[in-house]
Structure formats: structure tokens, C-alpha cells
Design a protein around this ligand. Structure first.
Ligand code: NAD
Ligand code: IPM
Ligand code: MN
Length: 367
């Protein structure tokens, strides 16, 4: 049997730096665990624009549709800020999500014990935190029509449309309920049914789907209150299901609870392919971090944990994913820190590759 295929799209800025580290972890699995992938690499974002004049070449899009999983670093950066909207780096990422139909974006936020002191919240609020945000990823205001900037009465008007069909809400809800069934059977759905019709429909459809999951305890919350509750008492949540834009914001918020944006991985899943694996792309939640690009300061953990999610959700290797997670836990407990994980009192951290060195050593020790 041939090896499963992985398409690696490092993208821009620290995306390239952290992906180089993930490749070392992939190589470790080949050498030490006899787990092999057919890895190919291509361009996305500003890097693709520089070469092809588009943030995602059609050939790359076609490759992404064929492989077993895509790993993406990050896209964007100041060099591309003034480009026409249609060719901005972010459009490449959004096209991948839309055309692969990756509707269920899983964004776990887990606080490693060793970092509980480092969160912006009090230690007791975050110690042991383990939540999973399921963000609808292919619809809502990110994609709704009409959109654009028009002239009306001699004035520019910017338009975006929040639009959800019941089918879109339902398939994401099923992913969220399935996730809740695998965890603590608790699901909180977040919208703004108090001001948005799409929120009313969201609440109705989630409640209807609940009938198929009677064991799950379902609650509903307005998303603004959800943001407040996430920083007031985050441990009240287990699985959260929310729309594309609220999910974007709430997951950045949840990320900081864990200590750093550099810690948070994600999986974007679609329908099963012919081989039974879901269409899938894995990427860190953080962006290209132009402020630290090229300085060897980026924390590779979010991207390495994204590869661990690929092992779990695409390749049925949950034990190996747990091996990576345990290695990271150990390294953090040993006090290994990249700059983003350093408090004011600490002065020395390790570099991007230094963090991976420590993780690989912990992986070796796990054998
Ligand atoms: P960002 O996530 O790139 O950076 C926010 C802050 O977090 C910065 O101070 C950065 O240094 C820090 N940070 C992020 N990841 C880190 C890591 N791994 N290690 C250490 N520190 C880290 O967000 P931004 O500055 O708002 O956006 C920069 C660019 O990235 C923009 O073009 C934006 O559109 C893009 N972006 C892309 C993605 C993606 O590709 N998925 C996600 C978010 C933002
Ligand atoms: C994310 C990012 C993207 C989003 C951007 C870069 C398109 O912020 O993955 O969280 O808004 O979804
Ligand atoms: Mn975001």
C-alpha cells in the first residue's frame, strides 16, 4: 500500500519557519516509528502571489483536493497589504477552505500545566482548561452575497452579508455534537439570536439536531456573553459551536487563555473522501507574525500540534498524536520556552529550532 499523501503549504512569514520544524517531526516518525508520508510542498499566500500573481495557483488547488491531508503554515504580511483584495494572501487560504468544503473547524484550547502561570488570567481559572471550539468555516459573513464596496448617494458603502442555510448550520452542528459525544457530552452553541435572524435560525436548527443526541447537555448563549464568560470562567465550557466570524474571534480569545497564540492548533474537516478519510487541512491558529519573522523566535508548537491533529483525525493514529502532545507537555514542564512563553522575569528563551530539538529529544525518550 502506498503511503498517505501530505501537501505542505508553508505560506508566508513564520509559516515557513514553523513548517520547517514540522518537517523534522514528520521525518522523526519515518525514522523512529516507521510511519511514512508522501510529502509534497507548494506555495500559498504571498509566496504564491510573488511567483504566479495569484495567492493560490489552480494546480495547487487541484493537488489539495487530491491529497489525504493539507498542512498549512500561515499567510499574509505587510508586503502584501496594499494588493488588490482579490489577490491578497488571505484569499488563497479562504479559497482552500471553501473549495475543499472544510465546514468544521476544530480549534482546541488546552492549558498545559506548566503554562498556567503564564496565562493572562489567574492560574486557578485556567489550570486544567480543555475546551474545543467548533467553528463553521465555509459560510456566514465571510462568504455571503451581496458583498463589496459600492457608491450610494456619492458615498462609499461597504457590504458583507451574514447568510446561513439550515443545511450549513446542521452539518456543523452534527460535527459539534459528535465531538461532544467523544468528550464530556456538553455543548454550548453561541450566536446572537437577540439581534440577527441568522442567529434565530442557528438556535432553532441546533435545537432540532439535539433530538438526535439526547445524551448531550445543550445550552445556548449570546456570543458577546460567550466572550465575557470565556475570560470570566472558561472552565464552564467543553465544546462550543459557533459561526465563522464569532468563531474566529472567540478562538483567538481562547488562545490567549492558554498562554500564547503560538500554542493553538486547528483542524478543518469536510465530508469523507472515497477512502473514508475526511477532506482535511491542518493549520496553526496564528498568522504570519511579521513582527518576529526571520528572527528564529517563532514558537513551532501550534504547527507541530496541528500535525498531531492530522495524525488523529486523518490517519487514525491517536496514540501517536498523544505521544507528540505528551512530549510537548514534558518539554514545557522542563521549562523550555520560546520568547512568547517568557514572562518579564525570565530572560533567556530557546529559538524555534531549539524548541523542536527539545521536542524531538522528548519523543526519543518516549520510545
Ligand atoms: P498573528 O497571529 O500573525 O500575530 C499576532 C501576535 O502573536 C504577534 O505579536 C505575533 O508575533 C504573535 N505570534 C503569533 N504566532 C506566534 C508564534 N507561533 N510564536 C510566537 N509569537 C507568535 O496575527 P496578525 O499580526 O494580526 O496578522 C499578521 C498577518 O497574518 C496578517 O496578514 C493576517 O491576515 C495573517 N493571518 C493569517 C492567518 C492564517 O494564515 N491562518 C491567521 C491569522 C492572521
Ligand atoms: C484564522 C485567520 C483567517 C480567518 C484569515 C487569515 C483569513 O484569522 O484562520 O483565524 O479570518 O479565518
Ligand atoms: Mn483568526
Amino acid at each position: 500500500m502506498s503511503n498517505p499523501s501530505l501537501l505542505i503549504l508553508p505560506g508566508d512569514g513564520i509559516g515557513q519557519e514553523v513548517m520547517a520544524e514540522v518537517r523534522r517531526v514528520i521525518d522523526w516518525f519515518g525514522a523512529k516509528r516507521d510511519i511514512h508520508f508522501d510529502v509534497s510542498e507548494d506555495l500559498v499566500g504571498g509566496a504564491a502571489y510573488d511567483k504566479h500573481g495569484t495567492p493560490l495557483h489552480d494546480d495547487t488547488m487541484a493537488k489539495a483536493q487530491e491529497v489525504d491531508a493539507v498542512l498549512l503554515g500561515a499567510v499574509g504580511g505587510p508586503a502584501y497589504d496594499d494588493l488588490d483584495f482579490s489577490v491578497k494572501p488571505e484569499r488563497g487560504l479562504l479559497r482552500l477552505r471553501k473549495e475543499m468544503d472544510l465546514f468544521a473547524n476544530l480549534r482546541p484550547a488546552q492549558c498545559f500545566d506548566a503554562l498556567a502561570d503564564f496565562s493572562s488570567l489567574k492560574k486557578e481559572l485556567v489550570a486544567g482548561l480543555d475546551i474545543m471550539i467548533v467553528r463553521e468555516l465555509t459560510s456566514g459573513v465571510y462568504f455571503g452575497e451581496p458583498r463589496g464596496i459600492h457608491m450610494e448617494d456619492n458615498m462609499r458603502v461597504g457590504i458583507n452579508t451574514q447568510r446561513y442555510t439550515e443545511a450549513e448550520i446542521e452539518r456543523g452542528a452534527r460535527a459539534a455534537f459528535d465531538m461532544a459525544m467523544k468528550r464530556s457530552k456538553k455543548l454550548c452553541s453561541m450566536e446572537k439570536a437577540n439581534v440577527m435572524e441568522s442567529g434565530i435560525l442557528w438556535r432553532d436548527v441546533v435545537t432540532e439536531v439535539h433530538a438526535d443526541y439526547p445524551e448531550v447537555e445543550l445550552s445556548h448563549m449570546y456570543a458577546d456573553n460567550g466572550a465575557m464568560q470565556l475570560v470570566r470562567a472558561p472552565k464552564q465550557f467543553d465544546v462550543i459551536y459557533t459561526d465563522n466570524l464569532f468563531g474566529d474571534i472567540l478562538s483567538d480569545c481562547a488562545a490567549m487563555l492558554t498562554g500564547s497564540l503560538g500554542m493553538l492548533p486547528s483542524a478543518s474537516l469536510g465530508a469523507p473522501m472515497a477512502n473514508g478519510r475526511p477532506k482535511a487541512m491542518y493549520e496553526p491558529v496564528h498568522g504570519s507574525a511579521p513582527d518576529i519573522t526571520g528572527q528564529g523566535k517563532a514558537n513551532p508548537i501550534a504547527c507541530i500540534l496541528s500535525f498531531a491533529m492530522a495524525l488523529r483525525y486523518s490517519f487514525d493514529q491517536g496514540d501517536e498524536a498523544a505521544r507528540i502532545e505528551a512530549a510537548i507537555e514534558k518539554v514545557l514542564a522542563d521549562g523550555v520556552r520560546t520568547g512568547d512563553l517568557l514572562g518579564d522575569e525570565d530572560t533567556v528563551g530557546v529559538s524555534t529550532s531549539g524548541m523542536t530539538d527539545a521536542i524531538l529529544a522528548a519523543l526519543d525518550a518516549s520510545l
